[in-house]
Design a protein around this ligand. Sequence first.
Ligand code: C2O
Ligand code: CU
Ligand code: CU
Length: 577
Amino acid sequence: MTRTASRTLTSLFLLPTLMMAGPLAAQAPLTIPPTLSGAQMDLTLQNGTTQFLPGPATNTMGANGPLLGPTLILEAGQFVTMNVTNLVGESTSIHWHGMHVAPENDGGPHIVIEPGETWSPAFPVLDKASTHWYHPHLHEKTNEHVVKGIAGFIIVRDAEEAALTLPRTYGVDDIPLAIQTKELDANNQVVWHGVMDTHVMVNGTIDPFVEVPAQIVRLRLLNGASERVFNFGLSNNQSFHQIASDGGLLTAPVSMTRLRLAPGERAEVLVDLGALQGQSIQLRNFGSELPNGIYGATQPGMGGGQQIPGYTNNPLNGGNYDILRLDVGAPTADPVTNLPGSMTTHTPWIEADADTTRIITFSPVNMGPTAIQGPFVFDMMPFDMMMINQYVPFENVEIWELRNQTPISHPFHIHDVQFYILSINGAPPPPNMQGRKDVVLVPGGMGVVRFITKFETFWSAETPYMYHCHMLSHEDDGMMGQFLVMPPENVGTGDEAVMPAVISVFPNPANDRLELRMDASLGMGDLTIVDGLGRAVHTQRVNGDRVHVDVSGITSGSYIATFRGAGGAATVRFVKQ
Ligand code: C2O
Ligand code: CU
Ligand code: CU
């Protein structure tokens, strides 16, 4: 492996700081996003400008301000109405990453907010205490809108977490840290398709410092970068404790000196600063320690032959650099000085509970030495807004087996659910990954991750949920799929509990030939028949209110027929004898 000049220089720690800030900028106080709470939250997506660097201001986007957005504080069990007004002058969407909400409220690429419109999803908060985030999710626009600046934290609180002695004074001993990188061009304007994201920022602040009390402090880390994996540690190499993963508390604090976080992932950590009053330490990225095959390591590919053009020119790749200076001041009046013992219990589903195993294969579109440059796809199919990739029976417990046949690691994210990792390349996950997760970094070069989850509470015959790579350029380039959680019974569109039968099947049980009748209001559309494992066994375009299907070739068992027409969607269950 060749060691490039830039890499050698970055191990001095200093160079990226100089490059990022420019000679005129001094260190800047960390921005702590304001908070919203209560039963109604108003987010206005808007354009603005931000003075990141000396010289021209950068055109940015934010929620309720020019860059990023407020932290939404939610209580588990509360009902919340979000009013999201789009004033950015083009279509976008807002997705509540990590939250368990109905597909119509999830804010994926089908839930477009047109310019000037207000989208008002209303839902109960069903999550456990956790750190989530919100960001745009418009197809092919996610990366641009996130890099321009729309993103914010969601903090869910609950009784279980409240009963623990944990730091939770927002902005004092409980500090949200959204770590992102940006490429800025010669006019300081945002570039979202390059590799020179040399500007590291926390909550939108370049080269930040924050004053923290001399006691146990909680940091809520979010990797909000488009591609880059971070490997966090402290400059004095003291250990810290991870207390929560994406979906909430771990069973007990996990001690570590390094924490790897891939795009989309969150972690809550406790850092004991009790002995450091009057001193400063740095939250630092130790990129030189990342194994090759991860975006952010010295080489992004597993093998030296796989190169992303320009990658090695970016000193952040394989580099060690400071992210945030922690200036330790006086303790607060009521400091937390002890780590909690056990925090929660996890009872993951076990493999024997699973109704099915679903295999998702990652592959490059181009084979050979340029494979690593992407695009990448799941199951050989680039994302198609009109194509449902997986049909998941309601309340199924499923193992998803992710097979990465590309030379680079990809952070796989799924909407709707939190999952438990069963194995990474055959081994059980490390303790800090044994809690609830919604993003997992799948190793390149034939890496395999298996997780288990249950698709409960919500279903829709009409609106899918997404799964995708959370490297946002990969997502936009088609490394995404969508799944419907199938309605439990013969019910109608949307989430109404009961609807008159708008699709029916004769005879039932069926033998060789099936007749399906659709209500004419559904219009022209597509019929899909899936088996009990959610695999499509028959698809056909239907124009009319009745269709005959030859089912003589399908095996005996129970099936779900779904018709998605211009006027709505409906499903019916039937049995093949
Ligand atoms: Cu954070 Cu589908 O995304
Ligand atoms: Cu998400
Ligand atoms: Cu990817």
